[in-house]
Design a protein around this ligand. Sequence first.
Ligand SMILES: *Cc1c(COP(=O)(O)O)cnc(C)c1O
Length: 234
Amino acid sequence: MSIGDNIAQIRERIAVAAHRAGRDPSSVTLMAVSKTFPVESIRDAYAADIRAFGENKVQEFTGKADSLRGLTDAQWHFIGHLQSNKAAKAVELFDAVDSVDSVKLAERLNGAAEAAGKKMSVLIEINVGGEEAKSGLAPKSEELDRILSNAAQWKNLSIQGLMTVPPYADDREQTRPFFRQLRVLRDEIAARSLPAVSMGVLSMGMSHDFEVAIEEGSTCVRVGTAIFGERQKL
Ligand SMILES: *Cc1c(COP(=O)(O)O)cnc(C)c1O
């Protein structure tokens, strides 16, 4: 199957899952996670009307970005762990950082965005499973509160919502409570009506479990393998 065929099939599955949950399929963005794949694959996805792309390494995307400049309306999202010393490079290459997990990183991104005369969209990454190996903030952490209460002073950042990568389970139903937990947290934060904090985006769900994530309120599913195929281990 071609990348275009895969995307058509995933769109169909998104629509079915959305309808099952009484939601409008257009409320779910399909992000193509193109990490490890060449620019030709990205172009194929773009030709199938994908406009949101996810990459997780600054270094890797540096090598791809030049040949993708023609895709002017594509949105490039950084979705990996970002060290704050790479904030300036990330601001240069990406439109959004969906994995902000510290005050320090938010500060650096804001500073770099100000210097570049740019406004960056960001999501706060939450580690819903509390897994050691994963980045992201604990749901009730002080660091999360500090990010939220400082948001108004970061004039070049626009906080749009939350992102998570839950613990993997073969049985998708075991992932559902983690997705639900993120949605509840999103609703709690939204209810606080904090200045400069928008909670419209809930980025959750990957190839293996995006339908469950949509049933639980996801507004952005990040799909790699099901679009591009298995990744080579680098
Ligand atoms: C790689 C990656 C994805 C895509 O995973 P697939 O299982 O290939 O769909 C989604 N989100 C993040 C943060 C990733 O690193």
